[in-house]
Design a protein. Sequence first.
Length: 273
Amino acid sequence: MNNQLCPICEQTDYVKVHSFMDYRVEICGECGHGITLPRLAPGELDRLYDEEYFTDQYEACLPGEKELQRKKRQEDHRIKVVKKQIAHGKVLDVGCGLGFFLYACKDRYTPYGFDVSSSNKAYIEQQLGIELFTDEREVQEFTEQQGPFDAVTFWHSLEHFIEPTATLEHFCSLLHDDGVVVIDVPVHDSIDCSMNERKWEGWQIPYHQHHFSSTSLRQLISNMGLSIVDEHTYRSGHVYQRLKSKWYLRPFARSIAKLFRGGSMVVVCKKNR
């Protein structure tokens, strides 16, 4: 068992282990936070996010193509989350992938992206017309010259960083005092995880270095001096698929699945004043 401190609650009581080939996930007995072991060095993590990763995870498409418009519509629910808090302004998406959320933001906001890899830089900047930062110093210098952001978003990206507390602290420092930070992460204390166990798609080993529970996510936010102003979970994909497979339950599958906590949790936060 791992003897290091839990990065969220600083306890050493790890009570549960999941094994995945060359890796394992240990779960804190206090807050439920999980970490992937052995830990990867920053250089090793950077090499994971090469061009092959983006090819496997995303399908690039060009402006004017129907597929890009479809991907833009798929980001509508995320735009609604941000729109409830701010009507316009600069939005920084951290861990932006191929930038489809940023592309959807262009109708209302001034979007910018940040990613640890430069493999997606040419596509995002040349095809989507959005500036991408790949170094924290670059984005720091940008805010010093152009002013802070109105919103910072982490759509299934915070769990990829080796040090989520330091990462969140850095990017929150780039916000306006009344700006918002949106965090969407997989949560393993969900019915989707418990029913699928090691096959749950939210593990994504070794890319996910951290595995949040709803408790550890809330505690991280509290530790950061942030307040949650909005929170929700998605419907259970497991329940939805099971009900959808029965013709007589299919019309009710979506509504019933919303009653069960799915595998992801979204929180919208602001700085405490």
